[in-house]
Design a protein around this ligand. Structure first.
Ligand code: NAD
Ligand SMILES: O=C(O)C1=N[C@H](C(=O)O)CCC1
Length: 238
């Protein structure tokens, strides 16, 4: 496939490595203002940029017939607008807060566990994420996805960051520590016991590999808005 990489930082460089190992042509790399004529050479773009640039990068791809796979976090207040744009341009768009297979299995576990815990009022739930020191947004996109899944399955209506210790919403704690690629845990606690599930990334390779697989996959699809659930088709209990 002819691939554009939008955002050439830690993730953009890892995507380049994986895409080359899978024999793809990288036709354009951008680290700032887009050159639309260059962008148009691509079939698909993968965006790992910054929250302030993500929406413009997505809409520029959609307006120019380039399928777009976005992994940038911290811009989701405009997600519905991006979906509407995809529909009006008859484009192809996939966003994931986390592309790794392991985290997508973890999402399924989280949803299943939340469903089981929903009637057990003696337990309270909280989330924790830990990332490297350069991460710009908090809480992580993955932690927000985990909280949204719990909200869908239980009586919780919202999440808090920083934590408020308020029983009616889900506290998300975010820590920044050198060398951590992405750690998330979900803990249900009662006076009797504690139930926890966690995921820890050992490198950025899983994120980049998932994004390249999603780009390969989206090129085989017709117009539409997709998620990693569509790509991975896990044998989920949900
Ligand atoms: N979805 C996932 O699986 C996943 C995994 C890892 C990181 N992320 C997210 O991806 C994003 C990037 O992470 P990173 O660790 O590579 O950050 P980074 O800071 O290393 O890289 C971001 C790059 O974007 C560039 N940039 C700035 N403005 C731009 C613009 N207008 N267009 C294109 N590029 C621009 C910067 O120069 C920088 O090189 C973050 O939002 C992060 O949370 C998502
Ligand atoms: O390194 C990052 O930044 C990561 N961002 C994503 C998030 O916000 O959830 C995924 C994990 C790594």
């Amino acid at each position: 496939m002819k691939l554009a990489i939008l955002g050439y930082g830690k993730m953009g460089k890892t995507v380049e490595e994986i895409a080359l190992s899978r024999d793809h042509d990288i036709v354009y790399i951008s680290s700032g203002q887009l050159d639309i004529n260059e962008l148009k050479n691509a079939d698909v773009a993968i965006d790992f940029s910054i929250p302030e640039a993500a929406f413009n990068n997505i809409t520029s791809c959609l307006e120019n017939g380039v399928a777009i796979v976005s992994g940038t976090t911290g811009w989701l207040d405009k997600y519905t607008e991006a979906v509407d744009k995809c529909k009006s341009e008859s484009g192809r768009f996939l966003y994931a807060s986390n592309f790794s297979v392991g985290v997508n299995v973890f999402f399924e576990l989280n949803s299943y566990l939340a469903k089981m815990m929903s009637g057990l009022d003696e337990y309270g739930v909280k989330l924790k994420e830990v990332h490297h020191l350069e991460k710009k947004d908090a809480p992580s996109g993955t932690a927000i996805s985990l909280a949204d899944q719990i909200i869908k399955e239980t009586s919780y209506k919202s999440w808090n960051h920083p934590p408020k210790n308020d029983e009616t919403s889900i506290d998300i704690e975010a820590e920044r520590e050198a060398g951590i690629f992405g750690y998330h845990d979900v803990t249900y606690d009662s006076d009797i016991d504690t139930i926890s599930i966690s995921h820890n990334a050992k490198s950025r390779k899983g994120f980049a590999h998932g994004a390249v697989v999603a780009a390969e996959w989206i090129l085989k699809q017709k117009e539409g808005v997709y998620s990693m659930k569509d790509v991975l088709q896990l044998n989920s209990p949900n």
